[in-house]
Design a protein around this ligand. Sequence first.
Ligand code: CP
Ligand code: NVA
Length: 312
Amino acid sequence: MKRDFLTLMDFSSEELKNIISDALRLKEERKNGIFRRYIENKKVALIFEKSSTRTRVSFEVGVVEMGGYPLFLSKNDIQLGRGESVKDTARTLSRYVDMVMIRTFEHSRIEEFAKYASVPVINGLTNEFHPCQVMADIMTIYEKMGKYEKVKLAYVGDGNNMAHSLMLGCAKFGIDISIATPEQYQCLSEVVAKAKEIASETGSIVEITFDPYEAVKNADFIYTDVWASMGFEDEAEERKKVFMKYQVNSDLMAATGKKTYFMHCLPAHLGEEVTEDVFESEFSIVFDEAENRLHAQKAIMKWLFEQFDNNA
Ligand code: CP
Ligand code: NVA
């Protein structure tokens, strides 16, 4: 059976930890100029229904570095953008390529794609989840701390795809997470319930609050994201008024009471969700996260192909 990479809840903690270990190893190999052809001749379609810098480039480069062939497919260039159905696109592409990554809108769209595709499907961001980003983030956390347990991350801002995937990812890895969102922009209750259930198995803590100062107490990492995600740009002005209290600035960073790293998936809006001094400070690790997208996704693709080939 093929495995898809749609959300982190579909994987065991052990599977996810193995993928991160491999990502760290791939990073080391690359540093030493070693590029092994782990996915020789595999064709990987990359469908984008939304813009991207990091996801697009890191996937393209990652596929090439492992000996595969990436096909960048923007929605404007394929019939999907003119109304061809998700299920027909999935069935057609499955006849040509060995794997598909998609960035799209509703999560149900990627679930439908995966249902009709006979090859593994990777989530490159949906409105509800961004699992590849969180794998890179957790790899970055591990590089800084050398462990997963007894580490705390605070997420401050919109209860969006990043908040959801961070919550699930932290719970799976045993990292404590505290999330502060405005009351109007909370995380989906079913995702919170799922994350709490996972955390009860791994021994981590998932906390939800409306108070950013409460959330960041004792945090090793403070994470934020844009206030108006892709597809929600028309709400930007209205959101700014509500979210200003959730800005990550030097006061909030100091409120942890300890050394704290700043994280952001990027792209960032300086002066909104984060101030420039925090973003540019020595504790900001945003470009380490961006780099780790490449290594983490190489490990994810390699792992998915290994599962598929072993069971084919
Ligand atoms: N963080 C992230 O996914 O960036 P892009 O939108 O540039 O791909
Ligand atoms: N929440 C943001 C993440 C961008 C990487 C968005 O969906 O636009």
